[in-house]
Design a protein around this ligand. Sequence first.
Ligand code: ADP
Ligand code: MG
Length: 288
Amino acid sequence: MLCFTDLTKKYGSFFALDRFHAELDCGIYALLGPNGAGKSTMMNILVGLLAPTAGTVTYDGKNIEEMGDSFRALIGYMPQYPGFYLGFTAMELMRYMADMKGLPRKDAEARCKELLKSVNLADHANEKIGTFSGGMRQRLGLAQALINDPKILILDEPTAGLDPKERVRFRNMIRRLSDKITVIFCTHIVSDIETIAKEVILIHHGKLLRQAPIPELVHDMEGKVWEILPDADETETMLDQFPRSSLVSRNMQTVIRIVNDTQPHPKAKACAPVLEDVYLYMFGDNGV
Ligand code: ADP
Ligand code: MG
């Protein structure tokens, strides 16, 4: 059990994290919030790259700062901006990471190969990372994060640069991994985690807004989601009028979807909420 208590990070007088708290067990936890919400700050504290201004993180009741290396041995980390050595081949990077994590040499070679295969990079094992596409680098980022069989896998915006097919494959891989380990999946993209997250942790301005399973979050939006079929000249004004709105396609027609506590317009019809509506409700138009 991983437990964040009153975690705070200040830069000058600015709170990047503000008394953040959350509890995580096994399974996939989505840390969802717009850019600047504090997600990477929280992950960097968890992996020991940043020291918190106040508050604690505990693992099975023990403070992770006091655990030190024994905690670091439990985590796998895929950073938002991996600083790969572009002159390394994929295999060289894997060997390097295996060394860093203290894997015995005799096991490392097979483990590196197996992981490269699992992320579909076996055929590129001896090519330089500098020649890799964004998607290939992301997959390598996942492979290196798994080298020590982590109990806690931290993925910071892992699908950036992946095409839609790669995103699906990535999600499936994570899902397969998540039975026995804790996965923290930071993202501002709802569709990344909609089908796989056990719970969503909503974060904004460094604060926890809510931690709950997806059905619960979606259920709370009942009666707050509306759609309007606008006349041709109304679309722009309506989008301006309702900041928590988006354009969606229904039966070849463009409709305006609005998240609002009450019926926003006489023409608006209530409709079934989805997780994207939760995001719009919580983070408004600056959340996209
Ligand atoms: P996210 O990962 O959710 O996009 P971050 O954790 O990267 O957000 O950033 C949270 C906030 O902290 C942002 O407003 C960011 O500008 C600010 N921040 C991050 N690092 C620093 C820093 N070294 N100095 C000052 N402000 C920072
Ligand atoms: Mg970030």
